[in-house]
Design a protein around this ligand. Structure first.
Ligand code: NDP
Length: 262
């Protein structure tokens, strides 16, 4: 009987963040949801931000609350994320939701890895017993990505900046996820023929154009499936944000956990 609603909080004037929050609110409206952006100055204090978040999380028409990262340096990111009600934490960054993902309980999983899983499902990629390599171990992409792949019974390796022989490791992957933030790090020769490659990275090239972490033109020669940048994982992240907002609204309306599962 009511529209699901997402409230996005942006602190400061980071150019990329401005674009992201605008796209998120626009996607909500296009899908028939309420999408609202709360813009705060870079000088906002921790108590001011916490008060806004507490207020939003107490409102009945607010199903999802998202704090756009990165925050200005003077704000304590972890403490801010802790304030978001886990039931409205549509980014899946609250420790309660991260913990639920770890132990395999119904949860709101981070949108980017969730979007990657949707792409794998759509392409019909067999994950059971498959070798998956996730390059990157951040809390928002690498780690939850590894957990979601593990949930689907892939054999998962997580690589990072200290990993030795990264090229050889990647070359064994049936599913290769690059979430690093280094333009063209993953070369074509690192891709196993017939592999599925998900490129999460968003980097600005010397010419100002957006490029991924994978050398796309080389890798496409060997991969069975590969996502482009832009236009691959990015739009899926937004789609899954809407999915999570709907899921949060369902749960708050009293639907059963089965309907809330991933
Ligand atoms: P972080 O910077 O938090 O993490 C990067 C990870 O990459 C770290 O674990 C780091 O290792 C690892 N790393 C860095 N250099 C290397 C290297 N040379 N070899 C192997 N591993 C390396 O980034 P995020 O996870 O937040 O984001 C990753 C990328 O994805 C960025 O480009 C970001 O813009 C993009 N992104 C895209 C989204 C989308 O919607 N498409 C959403 C979110 C992010 P260590 O831990 O050892 O430092």
């Amino acid at each position: 009987g009511r529209r699901p609603g997402l409230d996005v909080v942006l602190v400061g004037d980071d150019a990329a963040s401005q674009v992201y929050v605008r796209n998120k609110a626009k996607a909500c409206e296009e899908a028939g949801m309420r999408g609202e952006v709360h813009r705060l100055p870079a000088t906002t204090t921790q108590p001011e931000l916490v008060a806004l978040l507490r207020g939003l999380c107490a409102r009945d028409d607010v199903d999802g609350v998202l704090v756009q990262l990165p925050l200005p340096r003077h704000l304590d990111e972890a403490a801010v994320l802790d304030v978001v009600d886990p039931a409205r934490d549509v980014d899946g960054f609250h420790p309660v939701n991260a913990g639920a993902l770890l132990v395999g309980r119904p949860t709101l999983a981070p949108c980017t890895p969730l979007g990657c899983m949707r792409l794998l499902e759509h392409a019909g990629v067999a994950l059971e017993g498959a070798r998956a390599v996730v390059v990157g171990r951040s809390n928002i992409v690498g780690k939850p990505m590894a957990l979601l792949l593990l949930q689907r019974s892939a054999t998962v390796t997580v690589a990072h900046s200290r990993t030795r022989e990264l090229a050889q490791l990647c070359a064994e992957a049936d599913v290769l996820v690059a979430a690093v933030g280094r333009a063209g790090l993953v070369r074509g020769a690192w891709v196993k023929p017939g592999a599925t490659v998900l490129d999460v990275g968003i980097n600005r090239g010397a010419d100002g154009k957006l490029v991924g972490d994978v050398a796309f033109d080389e890798a496409r020669e060997r991969a069975a499936w590969i996502t482009p940048v832009p236009g691959g994982v990015g739009p899926m992240t937004i789609a899954c944000l809407l999915e999570n907002t709907l899921r949060a609204a369902w749960r708050r309306a009293g639907y059963a956990p089965a309907e809330f599962s991933l």
